[in-house]
Design a protein around this ligand. Structure first.
Ligand code: DGP
Length: 114
């Protein structure tokens, strides 16, 4: 989708701090980091939110989590721990309409979230 910011980062049309890219998924650093490590992992295909996930996307969604784990190791936060977040819709504060898995780490997080 040409008007989707994250589609444009995936295609390289908009510069992003990309840390990983393949034919399925792309990972880039969040522009407003909420932790020392804050990476967004997105499917290259445009899916607005988890509300659009269908059975054919199950392995793609698993890949997002598996890549998060790989990146956590690379970032040195696998042992200390990290948080994975998928915001869906207004009550969760989703601000970009393209599924993105937040990988956050390098500090202690509270629970439950505010
Ligand atoms: P969410 O609130 O879950 O929809 O998170 C959207 C995130 O996207 C938010 O943490 C800030 C980030 N973001 C917004 N615009 C850009 C951008 O142009 N580049 C990058 N790298 N991140 C962005």
């Amino acid at each position: 989708m040409s008007d989707c910011l994250f589609c444009r980062i995936v295609s390289g049309e908009v510069p992003g701090s990309v840390v990983y890219h393949d034919e399925q998924v792309t990972a880039f650093r969040d522009i407003r980091p909420q932790a020392p490590t804050h990476i967004l992992i997105v499917p290259n295909v445009h899916l607005t939110s988890t509300e659009e996930v269908r059975p054919e996307h199950i392995s793609l969604m698993g890949r997002l989590i598996q890549l998060a784990s790989e990146l956590a190791r690379q970032e040195g936060i696998a042992a200390s721990g990290y948080r994975l977040v998928l915001n869906t819709g207004p009550d969760a504060g989703q601000s970009v309409g393209h599924i993105h898995l937040h990988l956050l780490g390098g500090r202690r997080f509270g629970w439950p979230p505010g």
